[in-house]
Design a protein around this ligand. Structure first.
Ligand code: PGA
Length: 230
């Protein structure tokens, strides 16, 4: 199975998200059964998006971009894994933007992963080389079954810059992640993936798919990436 995961970040209100869905539906893409398409949405879009997805019968799976590291309780404003369980099957955790802007640590990410798994949501754990070992160790320290996670290698130099790294180098790091996680989980690459370069990444032996930021916002570009894998 190959994976194309879109990440809208803090873009698109409900109205815009439904327009995006109508636009991609109008393209009448042929979705391959061997490619799983997952889209990480802002919390506020998920319910309406899910409803419209089922009206249109499109094989896109919705995901969250974040989750609270706390269980249900007195934590004003937090969105818990228990709340998300009724809405999504996947959730991003530890994206480098959250590490930098919100000071998320590897321990906090491990707490989020644990709560997601307890609620049957698959965590998509983002990694970069400076903290890759530390993050995977924090997962093992929290007794997490890493075979129930996805991992994404996202080199910071490549995120949002239009400058992806060399696919062979990405494959090398994906191999290191595979080694550290006992070859048990899907491993993806993220960072300036486009319809022009996606096949050079997914054709690598250790890379099972891609995480796409910028080009997931434009339906024709995202559709181009899905098409390239079919
Ligand atoms: P990008 O973002 O595709 O715009 O580089 C990737 C990401 O941050 O997940």
């Amino acid at each position: 199975m190959k994976y194309v995961i879109g990440n809208w970040k803090s873009n698109q209100n409900i109205t815009e998200s439904l327009i995006w869905l109508d636009s991609i539906s109008a393209l009448r893409l042929k979705y391959s059964p061997d490619t799983s398409v997952i889209l990480c949405l802002p919390f506020t879009d998920i319910a309406a998006f899910n409803q419209h997805l089922s009206d249109l019968a499109l094989p896109i799976i919705t995901a969250s971009q974040n989750v609270s590291h706390l269980p249900p309780g007195k934590h004003t404003g937090e969105i818990t894994a228990n709340m998300l369980a009724e809405l999504v099957n996947y959730c991003l955790v530890g994206h480098s933007e959250r590490r930098h802007e919100f000071k998320e640590t590897s321990e906090v990410v491990a707490q989020k992963v644990r709560l997601l798994l307890e609620n049957s949501i698959t965590p998509i754990v983002c990694l970069d080389t400076p903290y890759m070992d530390e993050q995977i160790k924090a997962l093992f320290n929290a007794d997490i079954d890493v075979s129930r996670c996805f991992f994404v290698y996202e080199p910071i130099s490549a995120i949002g810059t239009g400058k992806p790294i060399d696919p062979v180098d990405a494959n090398h790091v994906a191999g290191q992640i595979a080694f550290l996680t006992d070859n048990s989980a899907p491993i993806l690459y993220g960072g300036s993936v486009s319809q022009d370069n996606v096949t050079s990444f997914v054709s690598q032996s250790k890379i099972d798919g891609v995480l796409v930021g910028t080009d997931s916002l434009e339906p024709t570009l995202f559709a181009g990436i899905i098409n390239s894998l079919s």
